[in-house]
Design a protein around this ligand. Sequence first.
Ligand code: LUZ
Ligand code: MOS
Length: 767
Amino acid sequence: MKSIDAAAHTRGESIYLDDIPLLQGTLFGAVLGSPLAHGILRGLDTTEALQSPGVVRIFTAADITGENQIGGIIPDEPLFAEDHVHFCGMPLAFVVAVSEDAARAALKKIKVTIDPLPVITDPRVAQAQGQLIVPPRTFRLGEPETVWGQCVHIFQGRADTNGQEHLYIETQGAYAIPLENNTIKIYSSTQAPTASQRAIAKVTGLPMHSLDVEVTRLGGGFGGKEDQANAWAALCALACLDLQRPVKYALPRTDDMVMTGKRHPYSSDFRIGLDKDGRILAYEVTFYQNAGAAADLSPAVLERTLFHCTNSYYIPNVKATAISCRTNLPPNTAFRGFGGPQGMFVIETAIAKAAEGMGLDAAVLQKKNLLRTGDTFPYGQLALSEAPACWQRAEELYDIDSIRKDTAEFNAQHLLVKKGVAMMPVCFGISFTKTLMNQARALVHVYTDGSVSVSTGAVEMGQGVNTKLIQVAAAVFSIDPAKIKIQATSTSRIANTSPSAASATADLNGKAVWMACMAIAGRLREVAAAESGAAPGDIELRDGAVLLQGAPTGLSWQQLVMAAFVKRVSLSEHAHYATPGIHYDPAQEKGHPFAYHVYGTAIVGVTLDCLRGRYTIDTVRLVHDAGASMNPLIDRGQIEGGIVQGIGWMTMEEILYDQEGRLRSNTLSAYKVPDIYSAPKEILIDFLHTDQDNLAIFRSKAVGEPPLMYGIGAWFALRNAIRAFNPAADLPFSAPLTPEAALMALYQRQSVKVSTPSSMDSSHVAG
Ligand code: LUZ
Ligand code: MOS
């Protein structure tokens, strides 16, 4: 089934926040962000700004009717700065005016006085000063301390990954509309309608039942709207309640880039020990997470880093410690992979470093240490591993031997252009790491004309979840998918939802839809059985018709629905799903946190222009464990998008804060994301089809986040290309590897001998 949004997206008719028709009297907001990253707020003078044309009111911390607090996990994040500012862009005031222009013009007239304090941007510095968000956590398996002596090879080092801007095409925003008796309807571009509802309730002081948060779709989320849509919704609701007028605020791009958090940068130290055959015996790692100025989702992200610290490998002795460090940057937040990619980069670094030290191709060590079924993850869960199957299939399908041979031949023939290849296996756990979040509900109505309405907590953000939910209902009822409508996500229709996140949205909400539809279908079969004097078990709904022991009854779906209605049988159902079998004990750091894991292996090939440092990502060829994909078209789209986004993080996307904590990469001219020209020239995707039971909806494994981590292979492929040119280079394991960084690495030592090439072979590099 094609995405149900394809046609309207293509015609530009899909409704995003900015497409909602405005009510008469709508006012517009603008936020004044702190100009300094750290300091004492001495004064905030709005007198002159209030005189600015069109300004209706200016809200600050003093105007909050509830609590000045939006922290989700830990209450450490004021909505408006009160005594201190903790990051550049921290909201100080919310101007509400008759137009966006009027609101923004008034911002410049607010006088702010801040006494500056020292600014911390580096997580290691924060840690040294005791600035931690939560106490450190350690995962342990085996006894690493005692096995170092048995290791024949030991390597240690440091790995750094930078942040990443979400760059959803639709920026953050909300539109609040007053209803009667102090109730508010809020349209919000959020992945987490309930989290927004909760934050609005806290800030306004209204009960949650008086707030209806509704979302039709997002123009992208990627984690950036899992927690950080709440502030804007709370601001609009606060102003809406006070002024009893509709209030809208959609962030301009630069405000969005400056004020919102990003993927967490990490700096990590590792030590890896291997036996003489290359089996990894021990791994120790310490992660320093740059959390920014408040907790936001950092403790959960930190936890997922630990869960993924050994990626797709079995290591019998592990000690992994993660430290969440408070800095004066905007609170960093969820981003596709949620700490997993950061953890995986470090183990891949450790393996690459070990391979280089042992004179091997990293793939030899990767393959030798792949996780097998029955192996234990550091957190105690046993693996049901597809890692060897994906790896072997990738080697065979894409003929890894000839890829290696062609690469070596090319590099032998070319002096100024080098190719590099890397393998990237991925293992990603599916479930929210907080067990309680793995629950969902669905509300299904069948109308008397046979059409069906489905509501869930799932938010459509381009990932195709609504299409999959329609597939679920259409499969259970066996009716034309066109008869089924997915309603906008609303906290009035479905309560207490988890965010659309953790790759789990289709699984959780799909299972709830399945349960609700099964309940209704069961009642319909009873009605049909009574009509025909048969047993319900003999009745089947198929292709819009009612069958009795496989033979047509002459009754259509629509007639059956009407018959049920006439008999006063309920045509509606509200179902609740909670993932069975998962549990976790944080005191022991052991349990069974994930419903299942997704596996895969990618082979990434790059070409590097060794004169200029420019490169192309030529190919990404992979075998991906999709289970039994219920929608290969959508899954393919998710995989392609994840790969390109992962490559962007590893190569060209460079977040730059200066030492004063100001974002310098605050425009699209200063922050480069992959476009069609820099995307891989070729992405080949092969689904590893597995039929064994899992907890995925229709055994179709989650696909949102796992593919992003194939992009890590691009970094290591580039490293291999650099080393083909300059084998003496001792390159830092630091991402992103921008063309500038590649150029520096290529000439890192002057001992490189560059002879004149016989032909200008740099023309092999596009650009
Ligand atoms: N969000 C969350 C997530 O709250 N918990 C998770 O485990 C998670 N994982 C991935 C992405 N978002
Ligand atoms: Mo996410 S990082 O699944 O919002």
